[in-house]
Write a protein of this length. Sequence first.
Length: 254
Amino acid sequence: MEVSNSVIRSSRDFGLRAVQGPTIANVPMGTNPLGIPREPAELQVWNTILVANGTGIQQAGGPDNANFILESLVPRSLILNNTLHANTTAINLLQRSGPLIMNNSITGNGAGTGITIDGTSLNLPFETPPQHECPLLLRNLFFGLANNGFTGTLPTRCLGGQEILGVDPRYTSPAAPDFNFRPAVGSPLVDSAVSEFGRPIDPLSFVDFFDPLWGLVNTPDRDKLGAFRRDHFGTSNIGIGQRPWLDMGAIELV
């Protein structure tokens, strides 16, 4: 499910919520008494602003039933270059969820939580990669939250790193009625994004055939307002990748 270039705000419960559907009935009858689990919904969210929701984004996969054939797949959602502000919880990962969370600006007004990750999403000991990959956090900004970062014990290999903690993103005018999240000159969001992650999927690779993960992921070429993401010449390029001048968050400083 793709959600891009949107504004979602003031939902009491969820801005976006992706969960696994009910188990498919026995097919053919009698040969699968446990039922076949459905594939969980996978979100692709970028260039979206989520403001003042109970939970900005919730991703939930399916349970691990210790049966390789009947086991639920891990949702490989992409959550890229979004601005999440003043949500009670910005991102909530449940039930074996393994998204890539990259280049987001996650902020609050002195309250709220950044990212919560439950134990089933943290690649428990009996789960062996690559079938079960934990979430990957890479280059997100956290500011103005009761918890600037994530909750849950995230294994080191699941941390892409380069997070920006406790630094004011310097939005232009984030409060109502403007909701203007364009970064000002001098914002840590400017010219600091990861421009690409991963690698192209190899159709001849045994590992890629069974679990291709995300393939090659690129930061969007345009921002939420349709402006082409480009270098701000007055700011040093501290981003990562072939285009280190791209901005984090949904809005580019142009």
